[in-house]
Design a protein around this ligand. Sequence first.
Ligand code: DX5
Ligand code: ZN
Length: 218
Amino acid sequence: MPRAIISPSVLASDFGQLTAECKRMIKGGAEWLHMDVMDGHFVPNITMGAPILACVSKGVPGIFMDCHMMVAEPEKWVNDIADAGGALYCFHLEATADPLSVIKAIRARNMKVGVAISPDTPSTAVTDEIANAADMLLVMTVYPGRGGQKFLDRCVPKVAELRARFPDKDIEVDGGVGPNTIGACAHAGSNVIVAGTAIFGAPNPDEVIATLKATVNS
Ligand code: DX5
Ligand code: ZN
């Protein structure tokens, strides 16, 4: 399995101190920062977009922004996110009829490619062709749209199915992940771990980051 990567979701951070919060996570052992971009169409909420990400990449040199695009037209934001310093552009399969052309557009801007599936989308929606063209597959363990939801156990088998098909691919889990649910995720084969509430809500986020990482690497 590829190495463990911890990607704290800044959705659970203090947005008024966003750059400081990102620095705090990196200092605490996080490899990536998970940036949840919501457009009010693909999901009901609106969070942040490229102008905010640009401030973060300027304020936190070297940051790896794992951009989770919960947007209805993923092709529309590729250039803006690339210009803002996005390192990985992860779009939802449910949001496009032509995933391969979205992937091509992301590649053209030298970002890594992530492909996400929501809880009701089967792992078979990720065809070999799509997976082989992507760097990372994201299995949502809650319905996209907001932080702090309960982990959906029924999504875990999809992680195992994808890990069996793609032994070397980064597989991310996102939603309700923390010390109580990481065991199932890691056992199923996930190596990229998103956690918002569990990290930012903890008295000692560094400890949570270390626990998540140790569980994946064990
Ligand atoms: C949900 C977002 C998640 C969320 C995770 O729509 O994609 O990244 O912020 O937050 P927690 O870990 O609190 O479930
Ligand atoms: Zn997310």
